[in-house]
Design a protein around this ligand. Structure first.
Ligand SMILES: Cc1ncc(C[n+]2csc(CCOP(=O)(O)OP(=O)(O)O)c2C)c(N)n1
Length: 395
């Protein structure tokens, strides 16, 4: 990997700041600066093939990964300062604070499974330390000794508030998989800091979410004598024939997902912590390494806890990375029923209509055993995420 020098890093950001001041960049930018020494040292450990997960402040990380300065400049001028992706470099960024640690954990799980010599580096700001999503991923990586290091880049600033402003005197103590360094930032949170009033020379290009992809379920002539639950069970057995398929979630091993996974080999069932953001990120990260995760939510209601990562990452990554990163995750979300007992308002909602509006990927709502079989058949064939709403009342 071509090495970039401290001076080249500083010069790059200075040029971007000048372009911003001259009105060439009508977009939000977050400049790196002040942490050159620390980053040069950390990147000595980063090897070709390793994954680097970055943030809204990603310019230095990208350049230090061997990313082309010309490509990065083009990205920034097009309004993608916060959306820098490169599949060849395994470089993934997120403009959502603490949006990546769970995905990083998933990739690390996959690399360990494959006995790869590569590892994952996940950079976050001190703002992410406040987020539960960060904690979930750190605990998992540490607990399973996954090849992933989290790096907290502490500039004692989240936009403009200090750590003390935000969390009083509490200082989290992180385990070995986390390193943390402090630095004095060169630039303000956003923009160049010149204080100049900028007249942008052009209108920004406004990105729009595309219409939800309509991939109709193939309703084929399926000769079926199964009931609804057995159709789910059968679908899982068909999916599991591909040994790259993993069933991910909680209660997939011992509760066997309401008995629908009883015939699935135990090694294909990955019991996760009770942490919906993490388990979604695990599935997403696994899919980046070629695994085929089936992510299980035992109630629709609990998908809401993971909605951040599902909306901001799973549903958008193929769009904002311009097709470089795809995450073919099949989500099973079961709408709670009233039998064998009624668990109340928080456990029995059907959010399918809302999910259809939230997600850019298909949401199937099978009502018959035949529709179940065809929904999972279609899901296995298409190259992208799908959510399938099962109904417990029909089991
Ligand atoms: C989940 C989420 N909440 C809020 C924001 C708005 N926001 C963007 S950057 C930022 C501050 C992040 O601070 P830190 O993580 O310390 O990184 P730094 O900007 O200092 O590098 C905030 C609050 C966001 N992008 N995502």
């Amino acid at each position: 990997m071509k090495k970039i020098t401290q001076q080249e890093l500083i010069r790059f950001e200075r040029e971007i700041a000048e372009l911003f001041d001259q009105g060439h960049i009508p977009y939000l930018i977050h400049l790196s600066g002040g942490n050159e020494d620390e980053l040069l040292k950390i990147f000595e450990e980063v090897n070709e093939g390793d994954y680097v997960f970055s943030t809204h402040r990603n310019h230095y990380h990208f350049l230090l990964c061997g990313g082309s300065p010309d490509k990065l400049k083009k990205f920034i001028l097009e309004g993608k300062s916060m959306f820098v992706f490169d599949r060849k470099l395994n470089f993934y960024s997120s403009s959502i604070v603490a949006g990546t640690p769970a995905i990083a954990a998933g990739v690390a799980w996959a690399l360990k499974k494959k006995k790869s010599k590569n590892k994952v580096w996940c950079f976050v700001g001190d703002g992410a330390e406040d987020e539960g999503n960060f904690y979930e991923a750190v605990a998992y990586v540490q607990g399973w000794d996954l090849p992933c290091t989290f790096i907290i880049e502490d500039n004692d600033r989240s936009v403009s508030s200090t750590k003390k402003d935000r969390r009083g005197i509490f200082t989290p103590k992180w385990p070995d998989c986390v390193i943390k360094y402090s630095y004095e930032p060169t630039y303000p949170h956003g923009g160049s800091g010149s204080g100049k009033w900028i007249n942008f020379e052009r209108e920004p290009r406004i990105a729009k979410l595309p219409q939800r992809k309509q991939v109709p379920q193939k309703i084929e002539e399926i000769h079926n004598s199964l009931n609804y639950k057995d159709a789910v069970k059968k679908s899982m057995e068909i999916l599991s024939k591909d040994s790259n398929t993993y069933f991910v979630g909680y209660n997939v091993r011992y509760g066997s997902a309401y008995g629908t996974l009883v015939n699935i080999p135990e090694e294909q069932r990955i019991e996760t912590p009770l942490a919906e953001n993490l388990m979604s990120g695990l599935a997403m990260g696994m899919s980046l390494e070629g695994f085929k995760p089936v992510l299980f939510f035992e109630r629709h209601d609990f998908v809401l806890t993971a909605i951040d990562i599902l909306v901001h990452q799973l549903s958008k990554v193929h769009i904002i990375s311009e097709g470089e990163f795809k995450m073919p995750v099949i989500i099973r979300a079961v709408v709670g029923g009233i039998k064998p007992f009624y668990a109340g308002l928080t456990h029995t909602q059907d959010y399918s209509d809302i999910f259809k509006r939230f997600f850019s990927f298909p949401v199937y709502t099978p009502n018959t055993p035949e529709e179940v079989l065809s929904a999972y058949k279609t899901a296995a064939e298409i190259e992208g995420p799908v959510l399938i709403s099962e109904k417990k009342s029909l089991y």
